[in-house]
Ligand binder design. Structure first.
Ligand code: 3UK
Length: 475
């Protein structure tokens, strides 16, 4: 890490300048991320599953001076650089079996930087991008101290991580969830981390659970459901789990109960966000109430507010969730309007609807915008719709979330064809593939329904809520 910091200096990267981190979860990831922090350079950690167009935007927006990239992602980064109106000074390729040796060379060439940059707690430390409803990502600027706060307020006291734990996160390090799970939390207590560069399929996860015997596992609800349904599901005696964590979307009660019956181990469901860096409302080990997000994490305050902004005190009433705590982002870089809408003084608006039940547990009650969470990741209906209408057969489209048999959200496209007679199973499959080839894998519609027209307001805006009501009526 200190060699990397020295390398950044030698490459001419200065304090507060950004570097892009587009890398799979290998040991290079913490080296680059922590090395940049050490040098006072600002790492911008990005999702490895996005398109070249997304990275082109992020390069322009962050003005990254260096791109750190896994060898397999190099062609995508090159395509992004060709498209971007921005040039990086260097592209550094991570270490790998037959990869180019950019990072290797940098680490070998420099003596460790002796002292860390004298950064302040409130200084920009790193960025994480979150999906915007319009499809344009928002760059959440986090401070150096925010990493400390999430470990102090959640990793240590709530999860109760210990030095003898082995932590394994299916959520990757570029997610705020994975960053706490598999980097800052374990390091803060001296625990060990198991990193996996592969996609977290049930087979890949199962192999790690039985092979390396992690004691703490973190995943998203879809991953738990897939593992439980998989022939690769390990037996209780084959694993060493003492604690599991879930976030990204609400964990359906059924999945939690089935998991606990099988493994004899609880899943602690908690809600966090990119803006708050980690979890602020959570169940507690030993006191899990499936189907709820539990109670506020000490150190954070939460409020439910009604449509007029008044705080809801009574149980059972749905309101919008606001949160205040020391780990919130400073702003969205270069977007004053969205920053003001989300970061309101001490309070951060989550965009979620919640109610408090009779026992004071918080129960997730949907988003207050049109955004979907699929496999724990945001999907903007607007982005999927904009992709669908690029297909020659499509006149217009509306995308909503529908619950599958496990109670998890799946994107569904309601499509109006230019020629209604062209509707067929084959075309439906073609449209799914069409989106799949153009956007991140979790975004494609799992269901396509052809409709004669879409419900709209007098001004022509698509009324997705009417389509949602229609689904609810069918269920
Ligand atoms: C939804 C949940 C119900 C909710 C995240 C843990 O998911 C994370 O961050 P994102 O920015 O999304 C935030 C939104 O996701 N959500 C997350 N967890 C839950 N809804 N129950 C949950 N347990 O809509 C929230 O506003 O991708 C999760 C830690 C760090 C994170 N960044």
């Amino acid at each position: 890490m200190r060699r990397l910091a020295a390398g950044l200096r030698a490459l001419g990267v200065r304090r507060e300048e950004r570097v892009l981190v587009l890398m799979h979860d290998t040991t290079d990831w913490p080296v680059v991320f922590l090395g940049a922090l050490y040098a006072g350079v600002v790492p911008v950690a990005v999702n490895t599953l996005l398109s070249a167009a997304d990275y082109a935007f992020m390069l322009e927006h962050s003005r990254a001076r260096v791109g750190f990239v896994s060898a397999t992602l190099l062609p995508t980064l090159r395509a992004a650089l060709d498209a971007a109106r921005h040039e990086v000074a260097h592209v550094v390729v991570a270490r790998g079996e037959d990869a180019e040796t950019g990072l290797e060379e940098i680490l070998g060439r420099h003596d460790p930087l002796a002292t860390a940059a004298a950064t302040g707690a409130d200084e920009p430390g790193f960025w994480l991008y979150s999906s915007g409803s319009t499809g344009r990502p928002k760059g959440a600027v986090h401070t150096h101290a925010n990493l400390y706060w999430t470990a102090e307020l959640y990793g240590k006291p709530v999860l109760g991580l210990r030095e003898d734990d082995v932590c394994f996160s299916a959520a990757k390090l570029f997610f705020a969830y994975g960053l706490g799970n598999a980097l800052t939390f374990p390091l803060s207590v001296g625990a060990s981390v198991l990193l996996m560069a592969e996609r977290p399929t049930p087979e890949a996860v199962s192999r790690r659970l039985t092979g390396h015997k992690p004691t703490v596992f973190y995943g998203a609800p879809t991953g738990y459901a897939a593992l439980l349904a998989s022939p690769a599901l390990p037996g209780r005696e084959e694993v060493a789990l003492r604690l599991c964590s879930s976030a990204g979307e609400a964990l359906p009660r059924e999945i939690g109960e089935r998991f606990t019956r099988h493994f004899g181990c609880e899943i602690v469901d908690g809600i966090g966000s990119t803006e708050m860096l980690h979890i602020f409302l959570s169940n507690r080990p030993g006191d899990v109430r499936y189907g709820t997000s539990g109670h506020p994490v000490p150190g954070y305050r939460v409020e439910l507010r009604d449509e007029r902004g008044r705080v809801i005190e009574s149980a059972g009433e749905i309101g919008e969730l606001f949160v205040a705590g020391p780990s919130s982002a400073l702003m969205y870089w270069g977007d004053r309007a969205k920053s003001r809408d989300t970061f309101q003084g001490a309070w951060t608006r989550t965009g979620d609807k919640y109610l408090r039940d009779d026992e004071g547990c918080y129960v997730y009650s949907g988003r207050s915008d049109d955004m979907l969470k699929v496999s724990g990741q945001y999907v903007s209906p607007f982005e999927v719709e904009a992709t669908l209408v690029q297909h020659a057969a499509v006149l217009e489209a509306a995308v909503i979330g529908v619950a599958d048999a496990d109670g998890l959200t799946r994107p569904k496209a309601c499509v109006v064809l230019k020629d209604p007679a062209a509707a067929s199973e084959a075309l439906s499959d073609e449209l799914k593939q069409f989106v799949r080839q153009r956007l991140a894998p979790h975004k494609y519609p799992r269901i396509v329904e052809f409709l004669p027209e879409l419900p709209k307001t007098a001004t022509g805006k698509i009324q997705r809520f009417r389509l949602r009501e229609r689904e609810a009526g069918r269920a």
